[in-house]
Write a new protein. Structure first.
Length: 343
C-alpha cells in the first residue's frame, strides 16, 4: 500500500472500499479494491475469475493482488465512466430539447457497439464455463475511447449444476432466478447473463431502467417479476395486476425499431433455452453492421459523457446487502428508483 497514494473513494459496499490511487513511482492512476474482511469465498472467486480472464480486451485488467493489513487488495485499471452514466439519460434514442435545440443524445450505433463488446467478454467467460451473475449498466465501464470493460466479478463463478439464486440486481434478473419457492439453490445457466444484456439494451433504448418495482393506480407496488411475466411471459401465465401492460408499454422505443425489437426480444425470451448465446449474438450480421460508429456518433456519445457531473461508482462490490441503488440520470433532474436487491 505504501507504493500508492490514495486520491479518493470511488466506491463502498458490503465487502470493502474501492479507492482511486496513484503510483508514487510512475504517477499512473489505478483503482484499488480493498476488501473489508479476511479472505472469503467471494474474494477467492473474484481473484480466480479475474486471473482467468486476464488480458481480455473487454474485461477490466487486474495488475496486482496483495495483502494489506491482513486483507486482500486488488489493483485494477482505472476506467473513468460507467455505461449507466451514458444510457440512463431519461430520453434513450428519442429526440429531446436541450439548450434550445432538438437533438439526440445517443445513436443506435452505440447501443449495438457496447452490446457487442459486452457479448465478446461474455462469450469468452461462458466458453470457460464462467457466469458473471451481476451484469448491469453499472458494471460495464467505458474508457475515453468508448471501449467496454466488464467489471465487478464479485459474484462471478464457475458454473455448476446448482447455484445460489441470491444474485443479480433485481432489475436485471432473469425470470428463472425469481424462485417462488425460495429455495437455497437453483439450476440455471449462462443464459441469465444474456437476459441481463437484453435488459441493458432495452434500458439504452428507453433512457431509463425498464424493469423495476412500479406503483399501480392504487399505490400498491407491483413486483418486477410480475411485470416480466405480464410483459414477456408465456400466455398461459396469469398476472391480472397489470393487465394493461405489455412490451409496447414497458419499452416502446424498442418495439418501434424492427432490428432492436428482434435482438431484445430474442435475449429476453422467457424460457432460458430460447435465448441466443453470446457467440450467436456476435454472428448476427445486421447487428454487427449497425455497431460501426462514425466520428459524428462518437462525438455525440463523448459529449453525453462530459455532461455527467456525477457518475455511479463503476467499482461496486456485490449487491446482496439490501441496498437501494441510486440511478443517476443525466437529464436535469436525478431520478431515484427503488430496486430491491436483497437476497
Amino acid at each position: 500500500m505504501e507504493n500508492y497514494l490514495k486520491l479518493s473513494v470511488i466506491g463502498k459496499g458490503a465487502y470493502g472500499t474501492v479507492y482511486k490511487v496513484k503510483c508514487r513511482t510512475t504517477g499512473k492512476e489505478f483503482a484499488l479494491k480493498h476488501h473489508k474482511d479476511k479472505v472469503q469465498d467471494t474474494t477467492v472467486r473474484e481473484l480466480s475469475v479475474l486471473t482467468a480472464l486476464k488480458g481480455h480486451l473487454h474485461v477490466v485488467y487486474m495488475h496486482d493482488c496483495f495483502v494489506s493489513d491482513g486483507r486482500v487488495a486488488m489493483l485494477l485499471s482505472y476506467v473513468p465512466y460507467t455505461l449507466s452514466g451514458v444510457i440512463h439519460n431519461g430520453h434513450g434514442l428519442n429526440m429531446c430539447h436541450e439548450s434550445g435545440q432538438v437533438k439526440q443524445l445517443i445513436p443506435l450505433s452505440f447501443v449495438a457497439h457496447f452490446s457487442r463488446q459486452v457479448a465478446h467478454a461474455l462469450s469468452y467467460m461462458h466458453a470457460l464455463n464462467m457466469v458473471h451473475r451481476d451484469l448491469t449498466p453499472f458494471n460495464v465501464l467505458l474508457t475515453e475511447d468508448l471501449t467496454v470493460k466488464l467489471a465487478d466479478m464479485g459474484l462471478s463463478r464457475q458454473a455448476s449444476e446448482w447455484m445460489s439464486p441470491n444474485l443479480v440486481t433485481e432489475a436485471y434478473r432473469a425470470p428463472e432466478l425469481f424462485d417462488q419457492c425460495e429455495r437455497y439453490c437453483l439450476e440455471y445457466t449462462c443464459a441469465i447473463d444474456m437476459w441481463s444484456l437484453g435488459v441493458t439494451i432495452a434500458d439504452a433504448m428507453e433512457g431509463k431502467v425498464v424493469f423495476y418495482n412500479r406503483v399501480d393506480q392504487h399505490q400498491e407496488t407491483i413486483p418486477t417479476y410480475e411485470i416480466i411475466v405480464k410483459t414477456l411471459g408465456p400466455k398461459d401465465r396469469s398476472c391480472t395486476a397489470i393487465a394493461s401492460w405489455g412490451p409496447d408499454t414497458i419499452m416502446p422505443s424498442v418495439m418501434k425499431c424492427t432490428l432492436v425489437k428482434r435482438i431484445v426480444l430474442g435475449l429476453l425470451a422467457f424460457r432460458d433455452t430460447e435465448r441466443p448465446l453470446a457467440h450467436e449474438l456476435l454472428r448476427d450480421a445486421e447487428w454487427a453492421h449497425v455497431s460501426h460508429m462514425n466520428e459524428e456518433d462518437r462525438v455525440m456519445v463523448i459529449d453525453q459523457i462530459r455532461k455527467v457531473t456525477r457518475l455511479p461508482s463503476p467499482y461496486r462490490t456485490p449487491k446482496n446487502s439490501g441496498w437501494t441503488n441510486e440511478l443517476q440520470f443525466t437529464s436535469k433532474s436525478t431520478v431515484f428508483l427503488e430496486i430491491d436487491v436483497s437476497p
